[in-house]
Design a protein around this ligand. Structure first.
Ligand SMILES: Nc1nc2c(ncn2[C@@H]2O[C@H](COP(=O)(O)OP(=O)(O)OP(=O)(O)O)[C@@H](O)[C@H]2O)c(=O)[nH]1
Ligand SMILES: [Mg+2]
Ligand SMILES: [Zn+2]
Length: 277
């Protein structure tokens, strides 16, 4: 029988087999070589084989990811640099990114602003885990989908709202911000609908540039919002940091979002530095 690894504990794996949940071990396989998200063969109540992977993320450790739902909210203060890195990371890994604005119950304007910034870059969905709007997330959950983003944006709350029960631990906002601690510490998959899984994760709240596994020269190709202005750069190899540059002019004329551009320059500089070591 085939199953999906939902969680990994000290000595057992939690595996979903045809909607059933089993806590089983692995035979003749190294435990370190089996990841949450792995599709496995289950024989006589043990994992006997790991099937071929589509991809494997290291931090958080998660296999076969189809879609990454990047969550932002009006509070905590949004980290758009992280959002941009997560979008690039997804595209590099062959994962579809979706940007989810949570906590729209607190601030309706924030969603409009995010939609404006990311027009033509990524699909934006506005929800609140406190009401029915959270169900709009369901259509984006295909195969294995992971939630990513800063601590306290409401990833675990979204999972609980979708499943209509408290399976994932939610942290109290004020305490989280005071202590700066993440509540979710493990990676776990929840079956939202048959064969469609959503992962609650820890470890996507920071993403160093090396992890993007791209070259500084390649970075600009991950910016669809720069593309048509880049045609006006004097040199094809232009990195859009100065000189006769169409992108720079578009930024000055307000045609390219300034924050997207400033964060592009930060990522570019960090990619340069990462290479020296
Ligand atoms: N107003 C409002 N508050 C929300 C919403 N979703 C979550 N919260 C609150 O935000 C806080 C953090 O929620 P969590 O679900 O623990 O956030 P998380 O992203 O899982 O955080 P980590 O596990 O630390 O990464 C809690 O106090 C939630 O009650 C929402 O849609 N609206
Ligand atoms: Mg959480
Ligand atoms: Zn340029």
């Amino acid at each position: 029988m085939k199953g999906v690894v939902l969680q990994k504990n000290a000595d057992k794996f939690k595996v979903g087999v045809n909607g059933d949940i089993r806590f089983i071990g692995a035979r003749n396989l190294k435990k370190e070589g089996i990841f949450v998200g792995d599709k496995v063969e289950v024989e006589n109540e043990v994992i006997s084989k790991v099937l071929e992977r589509k991809n494997l993320l290291i931090r958080p450790p998660l296999a076969n990811v189809d879609t990454l739902i990047i969550v932002v909210a009006p509070v905590p203060k949004p980290d758009f640099l992280l959002v941009d890195k997560l979008i690039i990371f997804s595209v590099v890994k062959g994962i579809k990114p979706v940007l989810c604005v949570n906590k729209t119950d607190l601030d309706g304007m924030f969603l409009k602003e995010v939609k404006r910034i990311y027009k033509g870059v990524v699909q934006v969905e506005g929800v609140s885990s406190l009401d029915e709007s959270v169900m709009k997330i369901k259509k984006h959950i295909k195969g294995i989908t992971a939630l990513a983003g800063q601590s306290a944006v409401g990833k675990s709350s979204i999972i609980n709202a979708l499943l209509k029960k408290n399976v994932a631990v939610v942290g109290e906002f004020s305490k989280k911000v005071e202590r700066g601690k993440q509540t979710t510490r493990i990676v776990e998959l929840y079956e939202i609908e048959k064969g469609r899984f959503l992962a609650d994760t820890a470890g996507f709240s920071k993403l160093s540039e090396e992890y993007l596994e791209i070259d500084e020269g390649e970075l600009k190709s991950y910016y669809p919002d720069f593309l048509k202005y880049a045609e006006k750069c004097r040199y094809k190899s232009c990195r859009h940091t100065g000189g006769d540059c169409g992108v720079l002019r578009a930024v000055e004329e307000g045609k390219i979002n300034i924050m997207r551009y400033e964060n592009y320059k930060i990522i570019l500089a960090n990619l340069k530095n990462a290479k020296k070591f």
